[in-house]
Structure formats: structure tokens, C-alpha cells
Design a protein around this ligand. Structure first.
Ligand code: SF4
Length: 450
């Protein structure tokens, strides 16, 4: 009995155990051999956690494993592929590239795995794409075209750079020359979704918030970063952060979830600093508006009689937790020192968009079975829609089944990429579902000043 009560001195065991260095640097796939080799094929990366399991129809959260069924397309398969590549036992083929890139990197696998094992699955998937580029086989032709567009015209679409602020002419307002808040519009709202940029600018005006734009806004670099073109992405990160610093802005505000993630998480990752050390705060429109409503500066007074489902855009939710550089050692039982705060996706921007929608008179917010960190991705992001449009549309349709299941009349998201992908599927299928960006809903519900 006495023996069974003997205490284990964990600190001592850790101190005396052999150590290996640990880095979270995605420019070297070898940094993630531990994570890849410790995958136990439990598929927590594919399935919605049992305690939240909403039933057979909506049982999974990984778009690629659900769409293609083979394990190779799930995180568990990619971990094995990664080890074989790192050990030189597997050579790149077209099929292998397809498996690595047919994936919106939505982060569902990462937060699923960390419920159990604390493996860095999301970073490993990013490192796999960086390796594809380093080995001269990636990215895919569709991605290279976007990189060329950005190089030539500083935007995703290859549209004339001079047209970047055309959306302003219809917004009926002039941004300030200097202000504490800088609205980073992003390529999508600048060129393909001017309604989002115009709504955002008018909401800021209604709240009495002066805002400026970047004197010369360029693409945030989301696609080049996401497909593994790390040096191109780093150059954009460096340039954009420096440009913001020159303006003296205290807050960078985005209306795009992907841009938000780049500024808040991936710029610090690329520049090896903490989110807190950027020198300015990064907020999404929904965070700003939720605060303004709380302070009474914005009042949603106009009634909107609508049953609405809110879609958690991955980059605003489970992928949006701040970044802190970390290096350390791994020892006894895989424990690491110094303490590492894992990014588990539970602290994403979840309550603000819901609080906003609930504050609108007449609007009924309904939750879909898979929400927050378990939400099913729209399938468009991070290079997927450009190279695998069929996967992007399949994912959107699968998610829209949930909208129909809860009987919502409208699907609201907080990202232009989600809106466009869902809107395309709804249009092609003739579904009676309205697809809206939350900026449009907010603007419609508030009284605007003349
Ligand atoms: S949840 Fe993690 S350990 Fe389990 S199969 Fe997926 S990657 Fe492997």
C-alpha cells in the first residue's frame, strides 16, 4: 500500500531525462517529425468530438477526409506522407501534390488532435507545403498565377492596381488622412465584393469612428503564404507591417477573416514576433462593432425579420488565436519546457458576431449542429478554390445542408471568401437561401447618418 502511494517527482524525471530541441518553424519539415510520428490514427482530426456529435448526417469536420474518403486525404494520412518525405522514402508525384494541396487548411484537424495529443498538425501541414516549394514541385499552376498577379498588380485577381479604391466612390465618404483606426480592405472587398468595403466604411462612419486606409494597399499575401511560398509571403508581411507603422495607426481593422488571420497570426509567425509586439492591434469588424454596441455608440434599431444561421469562418474562429514565438526542449513523456500555450481554437472570435446578430430586433439566430471550433469549413480558403474548385463547391454544399437542416432563411458569415463560395453553390442549385456578409446585416440594422 505504502509503495502505491509513492509520489512521482515529475520535475526530477523531466530534469534527468534526455532532451531534444523543439522548434515550431514551418520552414523545416524535420521540426515536425515528432508530431508526425506520434499520430495514432485515432481520427480525432476527422470526426466531430463525441461529446458534441450532432448525429450521423453531420458527423465529420474535415472537408477533405469527408469528400475523398481515403485516409491519405485526412491529417492522419498526411502525417505518414510527411514522415516518408522527411526520411526520403517517398518521392513527389502529381498525386502526392494533389493530396497535399487539396485541403483548405481549415484547422479542424489541429484542434481535434489537440483535444487528445497536443500534436502540431496545422503547422505540419503548412510545413509540408513549404517543403513542396523548397523541393521545386509546388505550388500548383493555379497558385503560381495568383503569385504572378500579386507581383505585377499587388492583388490576388491581377486587376489594375489603380482600381483598388474604386469601391470608395459609392461609399459616399472620404477616409481621414490620419486616424487611429486603419481599415485594411483586402483584395476581395476592394475588387470583387465592394459591398463589404462600403458597408464597413459606413458602419465606421455611423459609429463616429474616423478611419484611414493604407496610402498604397497591397495584398495581405494569404494565398502565397498558404501554398508554401514562404519568402514571398514574408516580403509582403514585412512591407505591410512597415507601411502601417509609418501611418502611426493604433488599430488595423479588417472585414475579411483570411486577412485578419494573416495580420494577427501569420505575420507574427513570418516575422518571428508576438502578435502583441506588432506595434498595433489587429481587430475584425465584428470585434469592433460588438464593442461599439456595448458602449452604446452603435444601435441596431431597424428590424430584420429573418431566421439566420451564422457560419464560423475558420480564419476568424479556430485559426485566429494569437501567435507567440516559442522554442524549447522535449523530454520525459514528450513534455516540453518552457511552458507552451497551445493554440486549441477555443479562443477564437465566437461570441462577438453572435452578440451582434442577437442584438438586431426581429432577427432570430439559430445555431447549426457544427459550430465554433467544430464548424465545417466552406472549402474556399487557402488556395483551394483556385486549384480545386470542385472540392470548394462540394464543401459549401455540404455546409448548406446544415443551413437547410435548421431551417434558416439566410446564411451569414464574416468573410468575403465564404460569402462568394456559398453564394455560387446557392445560385447553381437554385436554393432559397440568402447569403450575406455580416457587414451588410449590421449596416441594414443601424440608423446611418446622412
Ligand atoms: S487526431 Fe491526431 S493522432 Fe489522431 S489520427 Fe488525427 S492527426 Fe493522428
Amino acid at each position: 500500500m505504502a509503495e502505491r502511494q509513492t509520489k512521482i517527482d515529475v520535475k526530477k524525471l523531466f530534469a534527468e531525462s534526455p532532451k531534444t530541441p523543439v522548434k515550431l518553424d514551418i520552414t523545416d519539415l524535420n521540426n515536425f517529425v515528432y508530431d508526425m510520428s506520434r499520430c495514432i490514427k485515432c481520427k480525432g482530426c476527422t470526426w466531430v468530438d463525441h461529446i458534441y456529435m450532432p448525429g450521423a448526417q453531420f458527423r465529420t469536420k474535415c472537408p477533405t477526409a469527408t469528400r475523398y474518403l481515403y485516409d491519405s486525404y485526412g491529417a492522419n494520412g498526411k502525417m505518414r506522407i510527411g514522415i516518408a518525405l522527411a526520411e526520403g522514402k517517398l518521392q513527389w508525384t502529381d498525386k502526392l501534390l494533389e493530396i497535399i494541396y487539396a485541403d483548405p487548411l481549415c484547422g479542424a484537424c489541429d484542434v481535434g488532435c489537440k483535444r487528445n495529443l497536443d500534436l502540431e498538425i496545422g503547422l505540419t501541414l503548412e510545413a509540408l507545403r513549404v517543403k513542396a516549394v523548397q523541393d521545386g514541385v509546388g505550388p500548383l499552376p493555379a497558385h503560381k498565377k495568383i503569385a504572378q498577379n500579386i507581383e505585377k498588380q499587388h492583388n490576388f485577381f491581377g486587376s489594375p492596381h489603380n482600381n483598388r479604391t474604386t469601391w470608395l466612390s459609392k461609399a459616399k465618404l472620404t477616409p481621414a488622412q490620419k486616424a487611429d483606426v486603419l481599415y485594411f480592405v483586402g483584395c476581395s472587398a476592394s475588387y470583387s465584393n465592394p459591398e463589404i468595403a462600403q458597408a464597413t466604411a459606413n458602419i465606421l462612419k455611423a459609429a463616429g469612428t474616423d478611419f484611414m486606409l493604407m496610402p498604397d494597399e497591397w495584398c495581405c499575401g494569404n494565398t502565397v503564404f498558404s501554398v508554401g511560398m514562404i519568402e514571398e509571403a514574408r516580403a509582403l508581411a514585412r512591407r505591410n507591417v512597415e507601411e502601417v507603422k509609418k501611418t502611426g495607426a493604433k488599430t488595423v481593422l479588417t472585414s475579411c477573416a483570411e486577412g485578419y488571420r494573416m495580420w494577427k497570426v501569420d505575420y507574427p509567425k513570418l516575422l518571428n514576433c508576438s502578435t502583441d509586439d506588432l506595434g498595433f492591434k489587429v481587430v475584425h469588424l465584428v470585434e469592433y462593432v460588438a464593442e461599439q454596441i456595448k458602449e452604446g455608440k452603435l444601435k441596431p434599431t431597424k428590424s430584420m425579420n429573418m431566421r439566420v444561421a451564422y457560419h464560423d469562418s475558420c480564419s476568424l474562429s479556430r485559426l485566429s488565436e494569437p501567435w507567440t514565438p516559442w522554442e524549447g526542449e522535449r523530454g520525459w513523456m514528450g513534455m516540453v519546457e518552457p511552458r507552451l500555450t497551445r493554440r486549441r481554437g477555443t479562443n477564437g472570435v465566437y461570441f462577438q458576431p453572435r452578440d451582434i446578430l442577437k442584438s438586431i430586433p426581429g432577427l432570430e439566430l439559430v445555431e447549426m449542429p457544427r459550430t465554433r471550433e467544430n464548424a465545417f469549413c466552406c472549402g474556399a480558403g487557402r488556395g483551394t478554390k483556385e486549384a480545386f474548385p470542385d472540392l470548394a463547391q462540394w464543401s459549401a454544399r455540404h455546409r448548406l445542408e446544415e443551413v437547410k437542416y435548421v431551417g434558416a432563411e439566410a446564411l451569414v458569415s464574416a468573410c468575403p471568401w465564404c460569402k462568394n463560395n456559398f453564394a455560387q453553390a446557392v445560385k447553381e442549385d437554385g436554393d432559397a437561401i440568402e447569403v450575406l456578409d455580416i457587414s451588410e446585416v449590421i449596416l441594414a440594422s443601424i440608423a446611418t447618418k446622412g
